[in-house]
Design a protein around this ligand. Structure first.
Ligand code: ADP
Ligand code: MG
Ligand code: ZN
Length: 487
C-alpha cells in the first residue's frame, strides 16, 4: 500500500482518488449534426447552425456515436440502461447554445469495472454520452483568462461526441491512477471507441483527490483537479494535492471542496471556482431528443463482436506461460506494446516461456519488434537453452534479427558466436584466479555478500578476456566448483 508519512507528526495517510475521463468518440461526424469530427482543421470551418446553436436548428442523434458508447460500456462491464438526454445550463463563450447536451440522472452505461494489470478492479459508476464544447485560447498573460489580452474561440470541437467515464473512488496511489488511465486507453483502442490521444485532447482526465488517515474507512473532503493532459501531470498533480490536503488537516484546518487547476511549471495546484452543485446547472430533460432505449439484440451483437481486451490478452499469455502467477510485469509489458501475439506464437513454436518473456520485457522495446518472426525468436531462445549462446550474445543476435529479419543461427555464425568450449573456459577462469590472488582469497573466505560482489568481479574479468563469449552462469558454477575444491 502506498501511504504518505507526514513530516511533522509521522502520521500515515492514504490517498483516495476517483477519476473522470472524457474521451472523444471516433465517429466521422459530430453528435447531433453532420459536421466532420476532425482534429486540427482550420478553426471554425467544421460548423453548421446546429453546432453553433442558431435559433430553430434541431439535433439529430448520431447512431454510430451511440453504438461506440455502448460498446465501450460493455467493455467496461457496465449495464446498458435506457437513458435520457438533459440540458446542463451554463454560460461560457466556447459553448454557443449556453447549455451542453449531456446525460444526467439516467446515463447510458452504469455500474461496471475495469481490471488493472496488478489485478485491482476499479469500479465504474457511469459512462455517459455528451457533447464536447468549443475551444477557447486565451492570448497573452500565460494563457489564463484573467490576465489574457484577448481570447479566441474555435467551434470545430463544439458538438463532438464524448463519453465521460466516472470511476468510483477506488484508486489508492498516483501510480495506480496512471495505470487506470493506461488501461482505459487500451480498452478505448481495442474497442475502436476513441483514438485516445492525450496530446490531442481526445482523452482528458479530471482527478478527484482526498486523503484520510490509514485505517479510516469514511471518505474525506475532495478537490477536483481539472484537465490533466499527460500521465506525468496526472501523477504529479495528485501527489502535490494530497500533500497540500495533509498539511491543511494536520494544522487543524479544513479542506474546502473546490475545483483546482494544475500548474505544470510551478508544480502545484491552484484554486479555481468553488464546487458548483447540480442545482446550479438547472438540469432538465432535452425536449428535442427522445429517450434512448437499447435494443437487447443490438447489445447481444456488441457482446458477440467484442474484441479481446487487454485484460483478456494478459490472461491468455499468462496461461501459455505457465499460469496466472507467471512473470506478471513482462506479460503486462507484452500486451501494452502489442507483442503478446509474438510471445504466444514463439511459445507455441517451442520457445522457453521465461526466456521469451525476458526478451520481450528487456530487449524488444524497439521499432520493428512486432515484425519479428515468432519461429526465429523460438529458435534463438532454444540456442540459449542449449548453451550455444550466452545471454549477452543472444541480445546482440536478437537486435540484428529485428533489423534484418535474419535467422539466429546464421547471424550467430557470422558474428563468430560459437559456443565456448568448457575446457577453454576453465583455463581462462584458472588463469584469472592465479592473476588475482587477493580477490580469490576474499571470494573463498568472505561472507555471502562479499562473495556475491567478487563473483561479479570474476565474471566481469572472464567476459573481458573472452569478449563476452563466456556464459556468466557457467563461470559462476566454475568458481563455486573451485571454491569447494579448496575446502
Ligand atoms: P460530481 O458530479 O460533482 O463531479 P460525483 O459524485 O459524480 O461528483 O463524483 C465525481 C468523482 O469524484 C467520481 O470519480 C468519484 O469517484 C470521485 N469521488 C467522490 N468522492 C470522493 C472522495 N471523497 N475522494 C476522492 N474522490 C471522490
Ligand atoms: Mg465532476
Ligand atoms: Zn455542425
Amino acid at each position: 500500500m502506498t501511504t504518505i508519512t507526514s513530516a511533522t507528526t509521522g502520521r500515515e495517510w492514504e490517498y483516495v482518488i476517483g477519476l473522470e475521463v472524457h474521451c472523444e468518440l471516433a465517429t466521422a461526424t459530430k453528435l447531433f449534426c453532420s459536421c466532420p469530427n476532425e482534429f486540427g482543421a482550420e478553426p471554425n470551418t467544421n460548423v453548421c447552425p446546429v453546432c453553433l446553436g442558431l435559433p430553430g436548428s434541431l439535433p439529430v442523434l448520431n447512431r454510430r456515436a451511440v453504438e461506440l458508447a455502448m460498446r465501450l460500456g460493455r467493455a467496461l462491464h457496465c449495464t446498458v440502461e435506457p437513458s435520457v438526454f438533459a440540458r446542463k445550463n451554463y454560460f461560457y463563450p466556447d459553448m454557443p447554445k449556453d447549455y451542453q447536451i449531456s446525460q444526467y440522472d439516467q446515463p447510458t452505461n452504469v455500474d461496471g469495472w475495469l481490471e488493472l494489470a496488478d489485478g485491482t478492479r476499479v469500479g465504474i459508476e457511469r459512462a455517459h454520452i455528451e457533447e464536447d464544447t468549443g475551444k477557447s485560447t486565451h492570448v497573452g498573460g500565460g494563457g489564463r483568462i484573467h490576465e489574457a489580452g484577448y481570447s479566441l474561440v474555435d467551434y470545430n470541437r463544439a458538438g463532438v461526441p464524448l463519453v465521460e467515464i466516472v470511476s468510483r473512488p477506488d484508486l489508492r496511489s498516483p501510480d495506480q491512477a496512471k495505470a487506470y488511465v493506461s488501461e482505459l486507453r487500451g480498452v478505448l483502442l481495442a474497442t475502436g471507441a476513441s483514438d485516445a490521444k492525450m496530446e490531442e485532447g481526445s482523452l482528458r482526465v479530471d482527478a478527484n483527490v482526498s486523503v484520510r488517515p490509514v485505517g479510516e474507512t469514511s471518505l474525506g473532503t475532495r478537490c477536483e483537479i481539472k484537465n490533466l493532459n499527460s500521465l506525468r501531470s496526472l501523477g504529479r498533480a495528485i501527489e502535490y494535492e494530497a500533500r497540500r490536503q495533509i498539511d491543511l488537516l494536520e494544522s487543524g484546518e479544513r479542506v474546502v471542496q473546490e475545483t483546482r487547476h494544475w500548474d505544470e511549471e510551478g508544480g502545484r495546484t491552484r484554486s479555481g471556482r468553488s464546487k458548483e452543485e447540480a442545482e446550479d446547472y438547472r438540469y432538465f430533460q432535452e425536449p428535442d431528443l427522445v429517450p434512448l432505449v437499447p435494443d437487447p439484440a443490438g447489445i447481444a451483437a456488441i457482446d458477440e463482436s467484442m474484441p479481446l481486451l487487454p485484460a483478456d490478452r494478459r490472461a491468455r499469455l499468462a496461461e501459455a506461460a505457465g499460469g496466472p502467477s507467471a512473470a506478471a510485469t513482462a506479460i503486462a509489458i507484452a500486451v501494452e506494446r502489442g507483442l503478446d501475439e509474438l510471445a504466444l506464437q514463439a511459445i507455441a513454436a517451442g520457445g522457453d516461456p521465461g526466456r521469451v518473456l525476458t526478451h520481450i520485457e528487456h530487449d524488444l522495446a524497439v521499432d520493428g519488434a512486432e515484425r519479428l518472426d515468432p519461429a526465429s525468436l523460438a529458435a534463438l531462445v532454444q540456442m540459449e537453452v542449449e548453451g550455444q549462446l550466452t545471454a549477452t550474445q543472444a541480445k546482440q543476435v536478437l537486435a540484428e534479427m529485428v533489423e534484418t529479419g535474419g535467422d539466429p543461427g546464421a547471424i550467430a555464425l557470422a558474428r563468430g558466436f560459437e559456443a565456448m568450449d568448457t575446457a577453454e573456459l576453465e583455463a581462462v577462469v584458472d588463469e584469472l584466479i592465479a592473476a588475482h590472488p587477493d580477490e580469490w582469497d576474499e571470494y573463498v573466505s568472505g561472507d555471502d555478500k562479499r562473495r556475491g560482489k567478487l563473483t561479479g568481479f570474476f565474471v566481469g574479468q572472464v567476459m573481458k578476456a573472452t569478449k563476452g563469449k563466456a556464459d556468466g552462469k557457467v563461470v559462476t558454477r566454475l568458481l563455486e566448483d573451485r571454491r569447494a575444491g579448496t575446502n
